[in-house]
Ligand binder design. Structure first.
Ligand code: 3HC
Ligand code: NAI
Length: 692
């Protein structure tokens, strides 16, 4: 039984006990149900308190049980809540730490609720593509008012318990010993009748129609690819317009419907994937870590400044080393401008603004950073420059300091070899803008120490990044896959597409931006530089030459006022370019290719399956630890649509044999050699299995 039972005086106490967050799995539900029965049958018991052991009242339904028979097994959550509400002795929820989803719904079914301050109160189901399915949409509006409840249900965001003092949600806030306070409260109200029920509270909402119209418009604009938020509005409206029982039925139907949607499955996949990414098979979670109290960054360019901001935001003092005063001043001025912009937008208080800027110091001397616990190199992407920096770091840094490189393509093992302490060297591949993007690829070198890896992953969490471990290879997980995606985009131009058609197809699929708009934003010269290196290293390298022709014309993107698209001064809007389109058509002619009409489906398949196939190689090579890590990389670093769950999850939903069949079709076309299914993909498809 994952709920404990005891009687203190005349008060029965049922304590949910299902670590880590008292998820309401079958055993916990049964424990509450049986405990309640026992308490009601015991003549000596006058009232019942329900609480949670450890670090939560309850985090809600056990999402690990979803899609298994256990999730609906009796007593299901509705049955438990119904029994609690129908009890003929008062039932009191003693809420602390976390009361979310089904946990909050259980509390709302109790006759009374008391709470410790600082507890996180939320109905976060919408973040899993669902809505509260155990009465939350019907009871919360009755307890806290329609507007507050709707906000909570549609956003899923937590509110601290003390904010509800004086509302129908909490009858008493208890400072100090929660259980002592809850038992005292239970004794106080034990004989009061009738027992209050949230379901009986009348809702009074003037201007109902206008209220829900505005709510629907706002939610529809924000929800885009997700059905759940609008269903939340429907259910809250049902709470206002229908009887409690009818409203409950509407809620139940919507909940069951949403549970089957791909969007909800994708969001649940994302939830578990994010947590799985933090786990490293051969490094235990409590592995020894090195303390990180101070940091240093080498290079105050595009990346260095942003990386430094991450440390300052987390309260860690950071020194930035540059080559000369002028570049250093320029870099630090950019950092200041970024903070000033947050200050102006009200995202930062004056105090925090000063505090954060105060934590970042510029210097021209390595001697000033020798005692830092971690140093991140973000100098030019050139092995000889990296070599000089790492040799210097090896010379000056204190023993035990972590030496990290932000390289995006270079061999971290070679970089480690420039030092006499390769176990202390690791790659930390931030994404631009480094102060904003959530993803951090943590590149594990051959000799990287386990404690260094564990420390860097913990640091990622501390600076609010999602760390994903990657092995060493050219491009790591994300950029190595991107190369295949970009290659197909280039071939499509040669075969008949124009940039705007490809971008539109990918944006309709759900990408934040299509590949050509991304190129114009990030700078087409970055890819050009990499391709030139590839042509030099491997003369048989094949890319479409269109991107090279674009760069030869100086069209690097927004920063040069022209790229795949034309730009007007002061505007970010991309205008299709006659020059570019003519260049593309002419290039096809030079290659002797008869341009053809290409449908959006082919565009999406070729770009996305190119990602999937490369990722299958990465998995087989052990560069990526698990398919879900690839999904996290693409969603958090490359704008892959969240509602599709990442490339690997998407391929799973399409069916891997369907993916392989499409690849076989494309293999018969131009450059068919790029469509050979990776052995892992072919094997999984043949066995009818999935990546995740
Ligand atoms: N069910 C099962 N496992 C859960 C869970 C839940 N509801 N919530 C968290 N967990 C697990 C996590 O998967 C993780 O497991 P792991 O250690 O094996 O990786 C572990 O608990 C710890 O989770 P966090 O790392 O997230 O711990 P934090 O302390 O940072 O956060 C939390 C705790 C705030 C509860 C956070 O986990 C959270 O937001 N959980 C989701 C809550 C949620 O969405 N609840 C609604 C569920 S749906 C529902 O209730 C339907 C109902 O309306 C019918
Ligand atoms: P950048 O050119 O904007 O900045 C590099 C800075 O390093 C310059 O300010 C330069 O003066 C300084 N520098 C060079 N040698 C130095 C030395 N010996 N000592 C101190 N400072 C030195 O380059 P950017 O874009 O910031 O890139 C830095 C690194 O980050 C590269 O390895 C790059 O591949 C990587 N990266 C870049 C991304 C991007 O989008 N720009 C994304 C992810 C990684």
């Amino acid at each position: 039984m994952s709920a404990d039972y005891e009687v203190r005086g005349g008060i029965a106490i049922i304590t949910m006990n299902n670590p880590p967050v008292n998820g309401l799995g079958h055993a916990t539900r049964s424990g509450i149900f049986d405990g309640l029965k026992k308490a009601l049958a015991d003549g000596a018991v006058k009232a019942v308190v329900i609480t949670g052991a450890g670090k939560a009242f309850s985090g809600g339904a056990d999402i690990k049980e979803f899609n298994t028979p256990k999730s609906f097994a009796e007593p299901n959550l509705l049955t438990v809540i119904e029994a609690v509400e129908a009890a003929d002795k008062p039932v009191i929820a003693a809420v602390h730490s976390v009361a979310m989803g089904g946990g909050l719904e259980l509390a709302l079914g109790c006759h009374y609720r008391v709470a410790a301050p600082g507890a996180q109160i939320a109905l976060p189901e919408v973040k899993l593509g669902l809505l509260p399915g155990a009465g939350g949409t019907q009871r919360l509006p009755r307890a806290v008012g329609v507007e507050t409840a709707l906000n909570m249900i549609v956003t899923g965001n937590p509110t601290p318990s003390e904010k509800f003092a004086g509302t129908g949600l909490f009858d008493r806030m208890i400072e100090g010993d929660l259980m002592a306070g809850a038992v005292a409260f239970a004794e106080e109200i034990a004989d009061r009748r009738p027992l209050p029920k949230v379901r009986d509270i009348e809702i009074n909402l003037p201007n109902r129609e206008t209220f829900f119209k505005v709510a629907r418009d706002t939610v529809a604009a924000a929800a885009k690819n997700f059905p759940a938020p609008l269903n939340c509005v429907d259910c809250v409206e049902a709470a206002v317009t229908m009887s409690f029982e009818e409203g409950l039925k509407v809620e139940r139907e919507s909940f069951l419907m949403l549970m089957q949607t791909t969007e909800s499955k994708a969001l649940r996949h994302y939830f578990f994937s994010e947590r799985a990414a933090a786990k490293i098979p051969d490094v235990s979670e409590d592995a020894a870590k090195r303390p990180i109290r101070t940091a240093a960054v080498i290079g105050a360019g595009t990346m260095g400044g942003g990386i430094a901001m991450n440390f300052a935001n987390a309260g860690i003092p950071v020194a930035v080393v540059e080559m000369n005063q002028e570049v250093l001043d320029k870099g630090l001025a950019t950092v200041r401008r970024n903070y000033e912009s947050s200050l102006k937008k009200g995202r930062l208080t004056q105090e925090k603004f000063e505090q954060r800027l105060g934590l970042i110091k510029g210097t021209l001397s390595y001697a000033d950073v020798k005692d830092a616990d971690i140093v991140i190199e973000a100098v030019f992407e050139d092995m000889s420059v990296k070599e000089a920096v790492f040799r210097k770091l090896d010379e000056v840094m204190k023993p035990g300091a972590i030496l990290a490189s932000n390289t995006s393509t270079l061999d971290v093992n070679r970089i480690a070899g420039f030092t006499g302490r390769p176990q202390d060297v690791i790659g930390t591949h931030f994404f631009s803008p480094a102060n904003i993007m959530k993803l951090l690829e943590v590149v594990r070198g051959e000799k990287t120490g386990k404690d260094v890896l564990a420390t860097t992953m913990a640091l990622a969490k501390k600076i609010k990044k999602i760390g994903v471990v990657s092995g060493v290879c050219d491009g790591f997980i994300g950029n190595r896959m991107l190369e295949q995606y970009s290659r197909q985009a280039g071939f499509l131009l040669e075969e008949g597409c124009l940039p705007e058609q490809i971008d539109k197809a990918m944006e309709e699929f759900g990408f934040a931006m299509g590949p050509f708009r991304v190129g114009d934003l990030a700078g087409n010269d970055v890819g050009w530089y990499i391709r030139k290196r590839r042509y030099a290293e491997r003369p048989d390298t094949i890319f479409s030459k269109t991107a090279d022709l674009l760069c030869e014309a100086g069209r690097f993107g927004q920063k040069t006022g022209a790229g795949w698209y034309d730009y007007k001064p002061g505007e970010r809007k991309a205008y299709p370019s006659e020059w570019v389109n003519a260049m593309i058509v002419n290039h096809s002619k030079e290659l002797g290719i008869g341009r053809r009409e290409i449908g959006d489906r082919e565009i999406v398949e070729r770009l996305v399956y190119a990602l999937v196939n490369e990722a299958a190689y990465l998995l087989a090579e052990g560069i990526a630890q698990r398919a879900s890590d690839v999904d996290i990389v693409y969603i958090t670093g490359y704008g892959f649509p969240l509602h599709r769950g990442g490339p690997m999850f998407y391929a799973d939903t399409v069916g891997l044999s369907t993916v392989v069949a499409a690849m076989e079709k494309y293999a018969k076309g131009r450059y068919g050699q790029f469509w050979k299914p990776a052995p892992l993909l072919a094997k999984l498809a043949a066995e009818g299995k999935t990546f995740n």
